[in-house]
Design a protein. Sequence first.
Length: 247
Amino acid sequence: MPLHNWSRVRAGTYHNFHYRWIASIMDQLNSGILPPGCFAMAEQVIGGPAPDVVTLKFDDGYPLSSTAGALALAEPPAKPVTSIMMLADIDRYAQKANRIVVRHEAGEVLAVIEIVSPGNKNSSHAIRSLVDKLVALLYQGINLLVIDPLLPTPRDPEGIHALIWNEITGEPFVLPDGRPLTMAAYQAEPIKTAWVEPIAPGAPLPVMPLFLRGEYFVNLPLEASYEATWRVLPIELQRMIDHPTVE
């Protein structure tokens, strides 16, 4: 189903959908998309507009090839398919920073999924806090999937991805004409890489890669979870979203 223009909907209406969408994505991941030994959960968070993930835990004693509770992925899948792939060349030289958290049963945080909300964009402080914390997760080796279904504001004129990418590389990113919304998957290692899909309100949501470790990823069909969330909304809320009162 087409992505709604959430920038024209009251914040409370969006947050209700946002909450249900997070649950739908979690159910989707835990119903066969993630490999054995991995699970997704709504992480406990602490204050601020873009809270920290609580208790990040890593265990380097579980290599990919181990069978003792390890993340077992025999071969990396084919490369993800998005319209734009951006490589942080600066990383190449450096080697000679409410969300869903994907964990391994050994306790390691593998990835974080962030669905941007109006509160993340309502002030310079809020948007800076969000970007700083997402970049910090990447520099801790945690993969990201950032879903930004909201139109750019004066604080993020080219979208959230542009701010994240500039923080990592110092390079600009310009949205293509007519596609002002961005879905961006970030591969933390071995080189920070962004797999970006710009879309427009009214377009179907894409299938996005969710990286787990290194080049290993699973495909997450955002359209399926979005449609499942829409189907269970009360008809009154569907009407409010289809016929927004906020311009």
